[in-house]
Write a protein that binds this ligand. Structure first.
Ligand SMILES: O=C(O)[C@H](O)[C@@H](O)[C@H](O)[C@H](O)COP(=O)(O)O
Length: 242
């Protein structure tokens, strides 16, 4: 794993840097493998990045879009990560509808939805049993509590190591989420973290020792590149071990 930490002057600079990095990874992936597989994060931080991507001239037919987690609501619900990304970006560009792979949230049992998405990935990536796909880029955020995707502190999802997709739990509300093993198989993971409220969790996540169950973002140690892009407000007091 190659770990990079950059502290940008403000959120706009963080978004611009994230855009540069995603575009660079997109160009390299399409050059090397003919396509670019990207998993989106939810929350508020990445929305301006998605809006910026909507202004780019990309080989849209070579992009495949996934979500790293999803609230268990319909896509037209205001909390939907899929709905946010479609409004901010995907509805504004000519990306083929078949290249967009949202997490299902229509099953009565979220575990069934998680299994369906896992089967989707197995089909799309033509996986052998037990094989974990390497996505080109997985975008992640981090909550004030140190969660990432929908891997929340002290939840069962943190213990799932034999699946690609599982059911997360935020205060009793179900989520669909990538598991840590799937995230850690990525060629590149990019965390986008903004705001002073993230400082306490970041200090734990960058500490040489802390409880991974309490700060699940610590579990993200990808085989490829790990990028932490922080704005000054989030990263100003961070002692970054090399
Ligand atoms: O569905 C979600 O909410 C996200 O995937 C979640 O993991 C998010 O990235 C963090 O909660 C940070 O959210 P902010 O970017 O809003 O701080």
């Amino acid at each position: 794993m190659i770990k990079n930490v950059e502290i940008l002057s403000d959120k706009a600079a963080l978004v611009q840097r994230s855009l540069e990095l995603v575009l660079a990874k997109m160009e390299a992936a399409i050059r090397d493998r003919g396509q670019f597989t990207l998993a989106l994060s939810g929350g508020s931080t990445p929305k301006p990045l998605y809006e910026a991507l909507a202004t780019q001239a990309c080989p849209w037919d070579k992009l495949h879009i996934f979500w790293g987690d999803e609230r268990y609501v319909p896509p037209d619900h205001p909390d939907s990560n899929e709905g946010m990304a479609r409004k901010a970006w995907l509805n504004r560009v000519p990306i083929p509808a078949t290249n967009i792979h949202p997490m299902p949230t229509d099953a009565s049992d979220p575990a069934e939805a998680a299994q369906r998405y896992e089967q989707d990935l197995q089909r799309i990536f033509q996986l052998q049993p037990g094989e974990i796909p390497a996505l080109d880029v997985i975008l992640l955020g981090m909550g004030d509590d140190g969660h990432t995707a929908s891997l929340f502190p002290h939840t069962d999802a943190l213990q799932v190591h034999d699946r690609l997709i599982t059911v997360g739990n935020k205060d009793g509300q179900p989520r669909i989420t990538f598991t840590a093993p799937l995230i850690n198989q990525a060629r590149c993971v990019i965390f986008m973290v903004s705001g002073v409220s993230k400082q306490a969790a970041l200090s734990q996540i960058f500490a040489s020792t802390a409880d991974d169950a309490a700060y699940p973002a610590r579990m993200i140690q990808p085989v490829g590149e790990l990028w932490w892009l922080l704005d000054q407000a989030a990263g100003e007091n961070l002692a970054v071990a090399s």
